[in-house]
Design a protein around this ligand. Structure first.
Ligand code: NAP
Length: 291
C-alpha cells in the first residue's frame, strides 16, 4: 500500500518556491526540474514540467488554489525563452487607483497579496521602482515576510535627486542602486546611467542594461507612471494587477495614457485569476515582447 500523501501548508509552499529559485540558478534549459525540500522531517518531492507548466509526480497534497499559485511562481522561475523577463505588479482599487491624492498606498491590498509581492521579490533577480514611490513610501523592498533572499533593488531616479537616507539604499546587504541620466557624471558604484530619450529611459535601453547585469527576472513594482511608461514600450511579459474591492474616489491612477486597444485585440485566454484574501489578482501574460 502506498503511504498517504503529506499535506502541505502555505508556508511549506513558499519553501518549495524558494528551493525552485535556488535550482534555477544552477540549472537551465531543462524540460523538467526535480524539486526536493525537507518539511517537518519529511522529504517533499515533485517535478516541474516546463511543457505542461505545472508540478507533476508530487508526493504531497494541498488545496487546488495553493497548487495553482505554486505553479504560477514556478512558471516565472523556470521560463526559458525570454531574457530579461519583465513582470509588473500593481494593487489597485475598483476605480483604478493605486494611492490616495496624498500618495498613501499602504494596506490597499490584503495580507495575502503582500505575501505574494514578497515572494515575487525573492524569485526575481532585480526589483525596480520609480522615484515617486521611494519619496512617498520610503520602502525597504526586501523579501522579509517570506524569509527569502533579497535581490538587487533599482530606483529610476533620472535627475539624481534621491539621497542615501532612503531605506532602499540603507539595507545591510548594500543592494540598493539607482539609474540616473547619463548627462550626470558619477563614480558611485551604486549608480548606473542611461541616456534619456524624450525625457525618459527607453524600455530597450533598460533591457540592455539588465541583460549586461545578468538579471533574468525583472520585477517592476510601481508606481503607475513607471509601469505605464514601460508598458507603452511593450517590455512587459507579464502584468499582475491586484483588484482590491474598495473605492477610493480620487488619487493616483494605475495606468496613465496607454495606447487604446480594440476589443478584438484583448486575449482573455491569457489571463488567470488568483484569490488573494478579498482581492483578486489578475495575472496577464503578454505576448508583446520577445527576444
Ligand atoms: N498600489 C501599488 O501597487 C503601488 C505600488 C507602487 C507605488 N504605489 C504608490 O504610487 C505612488 C507613486 O506612483 P507614481 O506613478 O506617482 O510615481 P512612480 O512611478 O513611482 O515615479 C514617477 C517618476 O518616475 C519617472 N519615470 C517614469 N517613467 C520613467 C522612465 N521611463 N524613465 C525615467 N523616468 C521615468 C517620472 O518621470 P516624469 O516626472 O518625467 O513623469 C517620475 O519622476 C506613490 O504614492 C506610491 O505609494 C502604489
Amino acid at each position: 500500500m502506498k503511504p498517504p500523501k503529506i499535506i502541505i501548508t502555505k508556508k511549506d509552499a513558499w519553501k518549495i518556491v524558494l528551493k525552485a529559485k535556488e535550482i534555477s540558478k544552477l540549472k537551465s534549459n531543462q524540460k523538467t526540474y526535480q524539486i526536493r525540500v525537507n518539511i517537518r522531517n519529511k522529504c517533499i518531492s515533485s517535478t516541474y514540467s516546463c511543457d505542461s507548466k505545472k508540478l507533476i509526480n508530487m508526493n504531497f497534497e494541498c488545496e487546488n488554489k495553493l497548487l495553482s499559485k505554486i505553479n504560477m511562481y514556478l512558471d516565472i522561475i523556470f521560463h526559458q525563452k525570454i531574457n530579461p523577463y519583465f513582470i509588473g505588479h500593481l494593487a489597485q482599487s475598483i476605480d483604478g487607483l493605486i494611492a490616495t491624492k496624498k500618495g498613501e498606498s499602504k494596506f490597499i491590498s490584503t495580507k495575502e497579496n503582500l505575501e505574494h509581492v514578497h515572494l515575487l521579490r525573492c524569485i526575481s533577480d532585480v526589483i525596480i521602482v520609480g522615484y515617486q514611490t521611494v519619496v512617498k513610501d520610503n520602502p525597504q523592498l526586501t523579501a522579509r515576510i517570506v524569509n527569502g533572499e533579497n535581490p538587487m533593488r533599482l530606483v529610476i531616479d533620472k535627475d539624481n535627486k534621491l539621497n542615501n537616507k532612503f531605506r532602499v539604499f540603507n539595507n545591510i546587504d548594500n543592494l540598493g542602486f539607482k539609474i540616473i541620466s547619463s548627462k550626470y557624471k558619477t563614480k558611485n558604484h551604486n549608480i548606473f546611467t542611461l541616456p534619456l530619450t524624450k525625457g525618459r529611459f527607453s524600455g530597450k535601453d533598460l533591457a540592455l542594461l539588465l541583460k549586461k547585469l545578468n538579471k533574468r527576472i525583472v520585477f517592476i513594482e510601481g508606481g503607475g507612471s513607471l509601469i505605464s511608461s514601460f508598458f507603452k514600450d511593450n517590455i512587459f511579459n507579464r502584468l499582475q494587477i491586484c483588484i482590491c474591492p474598495i473605492l477610493m474616489g480620487g488619487g493616483k491612477n494605475s495606468f496613465l495614457k496607454t495606447t487604446s486597444k480594440s476589443i478584438d485585440e484583448i486575449n482573455y485566454e491569457r489571463i488567470k485569476y488568483y484569490q488573494m484574501g478579498n482581492d483578486v489578482l489578475c495575472d496577464i501574460e503578454l505576448s508583446s515582447r520577445c527576444e
